[in-house]
Ligand binder design. Structure first.
Ligand code: SAM
Length: 224
């Protein structure tokens, strides 16, 4: 998959994406990250990307021209995504949908945000990573890239890994334990030591449902 990112701070990439699972995806060429500097799409002496908001108010707004020019210069056909706290909330269902595309184009806002004409007439969708305000779209873009990369064939060590993970089927995952079997008086559940695969699978499924009921009852409403 090709993921293009338009940002005022290209030096932030790949940043944390270069380590671990996502780093493996990048190194293996399963994810190709192309980062574009928004300033490269300006044509004035000061390479100005922002301006004061019409109507007054604090802060600066990213101008539409360089963003439109950058997006129009791309060759990919996949969705153009504006990272925005006002967008639809990123969840695993949306991540799965995005992972089916051959390429994505991510626009990172800064300052007070982006001229509304970008959202209205250029971006295919606006995506938020949660109900809080960050200083820019770069961290949200990295969150999205990380989540999407994990679902691409070959990025995770085992093909089966993403199937069990939280939200895969509107459940949070069952609890995990590793050695030692007894730690400071707390024992690992007996069934996990039994070697009985069918019983372990049943126990895990029951734990996942029970945990979801307690922690995220909203997820159960989706399919049960
Ligand atoms: N004034 C905007 C508002 O109140 O909706 C917030 C602008 S924010 C300081 C600057 C940029 O950070 C946004 O344009 C967006 O790209 C990014 N951003 C901030 N929080 C975000 C979030 N929760 N999800 C996605 N992007 C976010």
């Amino acid at each position: 998959m090709i993921i293009e990112v338009l940002t005022l701070f290209p030096e932030l990439f790949p940043g944390p994406l270069s380590s671990g699972v996502t780093g493996r995806g990048l190194n293996a060429g399963l994810v190709s990250l192309r980062v574009h500097n928004l300033r490269d799409y300006t044509h004035d002496r000061h390479r100005q990307v922002d301006d004061v908001p019409y109507g007054g108010g604090p802060g600066m707004v990213l101008k539409p021209e360089p963003i439109f020019e950058a997006v129009r210069a791309r060759t990919g056909k996949g969705p153009v995504i504006l990272l925005s706290p006002q967008g639809e909330l990123l969840n695993q269902g949306l991540v799965r949908e995005l992972a089916r595309h051959e390429d994505l184009y991510l626009i990172c806002g800064r300052y007070e945000g982006v001229d509304e004409r970008v959202a209205a007439h250029l971006a295919d969708r606006e995506i938020s990573i949660g109900d809080y305000i960050l200083s820019g779209g770069e961290l949200p873009a990295m969150v999205l890239i990380d989540a999407v990369s994990r679902l691409l064939t070959g990025v995770l060590g085992s093909e089966d890994s993403p199937k069990d993970e939280s939200f895969a089927d509107d459940l949070v995952e069952y609890p995990h334990f590793t050695r030692p079997p007894l730690f400071e008086g707390h024992a690992v559940p007996e069934v996990l030591l039994s070697g009985h695969h069918a019983e372990i699978a049943r126990w895990r499924q029951a734990q996942a449902v029970e945990r979801t009921r307690r922690r995220r009852p909203d997820l159960l409403k989706n399919n049960r």
